[in-house]
Write a protein that binds this ligand. Structure first.
Ligand code: PRP
Length: 212
C-alpha cells in the first residue's frame, strides 16, 4: 500500500498539528523538535509526514508531491494554489492586517507597502482602487516603516506584541486566518477512502473541540 504523504508547515503550527494527529491515534515516534530530520513515518497507518517551510506547503500539495497539507490560510491565499481546502482546524488563529506608525500613508497617491505577502497586499488595495508599490521582504517586516523603507506593512498579527513593541498599530484588517487542512485534487480521487477517512476523523475532533 502507498503511503499517505502529509506536509506540515514548520514552525508555529507543528505542536498543534501533532496534538491533533495524536487525538486520532496518528503518532510519529521518530519525531523530535530538536531533530533536523524532515520526514517521519507511522508504519501502522502507512502515513508519512514531511515538515516543510510554510510557504512551500501549498506547492507540495498542489503538485501532488504530497497528498495532504496542514498550513495557514495566509499561505493559501498568497499562493493561490489549486487544492481542496477541507477543514478549518481552528488553531493558528491570527489576522492579516495593514499596520503603520500612522495613517499618513492614506493620503499618498501610491504608498509603499512592505510585506511577505505581495499578492494579498496587491489584491486588497486593488479592491479599494488604491495603487500601491509593494516591497517584498522575508521577515521582520515591522522594521520597514521604522527604517523608512515603506509607509506601512501588510502582515499577520497574532498576539500584537511585535507591532506594539515597534510602535506600529493596526490601521486596516484584511482577513481572519487559521490553519487549514488541504488535499491534492487528484489524490482525493485516487486515495479517496484513506484520505476521506483521515479528514473525517480530524473533522470530528475539531467539531468536538467546538462543542466544548
Ligand atoms: C510573524 C509576523 C509578525 C509576528 C506577529 O513573524 O510576520 O512579525 O509573527 O506575531 P505577534 O503578533 O504575536 O507578535 P514570524 O514570527 O513568523 O517571523 P518573521 O518576521 O521572521 O517571518
Amino acid at each position: 500500500m502507498d503511503y499517505v504523504e502529509v506536509a506540515v508547515a514548520k514552525g508555529r503550527l507543528v505542536d498543534s498539528t501533532l496534538e491533533l494527529f495524536a487525538e486520532i491515534g496518528l503518532v510519529f515516534p521518530d519525531y523530535s523538535p530538536d531533530s533536523r530530520k524532515l520526514f517521519f513515518t507511522n508504519e501502522e497507518r502507512q502515513v508519512r509526514m514531511v515538515l516543510v517551510k510554510s510557504a512551500d506547503v501549498p506547492t507540495y500539495v498542489e503538485r501532488g508531491a504530497v497528498d495532504m497539507g496542514i498550513v495557514g490560510k495566509d499561505q493559501l491565499l498568497e499562493s493561490g494554489a489549486e487544492v481542496y481546502e477541507l477543514v478549518d482546524l481552528g488553531f493558528g488563529t491570527c489576522k492579516m492586517v495593514v499596520a503603520s506608525p500612522s495613517t499618513a500613508y492614506r493620503r499618498k497617491p501610491k504608498p509603499v507597502v512592505a510585506t511577505k505577502y505581495p499578492k494579498i497586499a496587491q489584491a486588497y488595495f486593488r479592491d479599494k482602487d488604491q495603487p500601491i508599490e509593494t516591497i517584498t521582504l522575508h521577515g521582520s517586516v515591522e522594521l520597514a516603516p521604522l527604517a523608512g523603507l515603506s509607509d506601512c506593512i501588510v502582515d499577520i498579527v497574532e498576539t500584537g506584541t511585535t507591532l506594539k513593541e515597534n510602535g506600529l498599530y493596526i490601521t486596516e484588517e484584511i482577513a481572519a486566518l487559521s490553519a487549514r487542512l488541504v488535499v491534492n485534487r487528484a489524490s482525493f480521487k485516487t486515495k479517496f477512502h484513506r484520505l476521506s477517512g483521515l479528514v473525517d476523523q480530524i473533522q470530528a475532533v475539531i467539531d468536538g473541540r467546538e462543542r466544548q
